[in-house]
Design a protein around this ligand. Structure first.
Ligand SMILES: [Zn+2]
Length: 63
């Protein structure tokens, strides 16, 4: 299946939601490793994440 949305087609614009990918808050690298995923029970999840670039550990919350 090919995805090639036309930017000029207004009817298509409400069918795409872009989620920005998580980046390391310390070095801004997108090269992350999820170590643990916790379901918060309210349709959101918290991911315990480690940066492969600088080894910083942090939490990514996906709402
Ligand atoms: Zn980092």
């Amino acid at each position: 299946m090919s995805i090639s949305p036309s930017a000029t087609d207004a009817a298509e614009l409400d069918r795409y939601v872009y989620i920005r990918r998580a980046r390391c808050p310390r070095c801004a690298s997108p090269d992350l490793k999820t170590q643990k995923t916790v379901d918060n029970g309210d349709d959101s999840i918290t991911r315990e994440t480690k940066c492969r670039n600088c080894e910083h550990r942090f939490f990514v919350v996906v709402e």
